[in-house]
Design a protein around this ligand. Sequence first.
Ligand SMILES: Nc1ncnc2c1ncn2[C@@H]1O[C@H](COP(=O)(O)OP(=O)(O)OP(=O)(O)O)[C@@H](O)[C@H]1O
Ligand SMILES: [Mg+2]
Length: 476
Amino acid sequence: MATQITTGTSELRDITKMERIGAHSHIRGLGLDDRLEPRENSQGMVGQAKARKAAGMILKMVQEGRIAGRAMLFAGPPSTGKTAIALGMAQTLGPDVPFTMIAASEVFSLSMSKTEALTQAFRRSIGVRIKEETEIIEGEVVEIQIDRSLTGATKTGKLTIKTTDMETIYDLGNKMIDALSKEKVTAGDVISIDKTSGKVTKLGRSFARSRDYDAMGADTRFVQCPEGEIQKRKEVVHTVSLHEIDVINSRTQGFLALFAGDTGEIKPELRNQINAKVAEWREEGKAEIIPGVLFIDEVHMLDIECFSFLNRALENELAPLVIMASNRGVARIRGTNLYSPHGLPPDLLDRVLIVSTQPYTSDDIKHIIKIRCEEEDVTLTERALDILTHLAADTTLRYVLNLISCAQMLAKKRKSEIVEEVDIRRVYSYFFDEKRSVEWIKEQQHRLVSEEGVDFEPASKPTGKAPAQVEAMDES
Ligand SMILES: Nc1ncnc2c1ncn2[C@@H]1O[C@H](COP(=O)(O)OP(=O)(O)OP(=O)(O)O)[C@@H](O)[C@H]1O
Ligand SMILES: [Mg+2]
């Protein structure tokens, strides 16, 4: 293979997409105990016990590396916690297992083909844990001696470094002198030098020298002089995703593209080369594959081409666990005239494990409202909490959660720290929920601008009233 595949890990910092959606910031995990039983109210999660347990079981299998290339679908009415549970899963997985979250519609809005966008999402969700051995020089600096030439263009020097057992003198080149002076290394510092990259790290000051200087900054760290050999081999482990390796190695892009997020399309040949290289590393015991999780929210927004791509991609050897969520019942499969449960084609449905989320009881709703109030730093009176709980049963959980911060705003205007019944009543009159909005629109129908043929009452068939009136007018 001609191309050199690198992982770029020495430069790569943590660039995982930060996901902090306000609506779910109270979710800190799935709230399960060690036996995977859902706790009543834990880590911001309430109720929805079966779905949470199912999610926990799947996670356990992912963590043990037992499954990959499987798919799971959360199906249920709006605001029953599908997205919340997925985010809880992400939090439970820990930093080393990749979790990618996309909304299905993102696939259409990027400046690349749908399948490329999905492929990138898949490869983002596969981690490669790479073990690298590097040689380091570690010890306490005894002396640094630098000689500059008359013009200052060339520098030479000597570094004397010791451990408790030995002492060695190294000749220093230009680059090394620059690195040492940049870190302001002086005698008495304990340093570590990476031999391959030449990176100098200051570990602290030696205890033996602690009495030499009285005026030390408060942040000065004292460490013991290292023992044993000066040159050591050290194993470092880092995890990168396949997608990151792709981007770093695509010549037109380079790893800066990762920070810009503008990665464009990546050639399939390059991906094949990378797969082959990773397989080689695996055989040599240098790398380990960590299948992660890909979450596709609102999955019914994908179209038939994406679905057939998913069918194939799930069977790929390097496939993550794919979790999908949909709030549709029987719906049209995008890109066809066919109707199917959850808007997913039957052959894909056949491959997924379906977990359903149930509507919440009023006790659960009360708990969720309480949790959100803590998160948003809002204090409610008991009465206000009861009203909100009642309201949620009539309207939706989301509507009520949105009212909380608005009510707090009104309370503050009254110069009260506590949200009371009157604040809730006022925001309720300011902001409509969907039901009231539709009713109001129906009342105002003759004044609103509408497109011909739009029916404001989706449940009923067009009444045909309007044409009848027209006819009547014609007759008169
Ligand atoms: N079990 C739960 N515990 C705590 N909070 C929850 C729970 N379920 C849902 N929530 C909160 O309720 C709100 C609505 O839930 P979520 O967005 O997860 O619904 P959804 O099922 O994804 O709905 P949609 O189908 O409309 O996308 C969110 O703010 C979420 O954090
Ligand atoms: Mg959702």
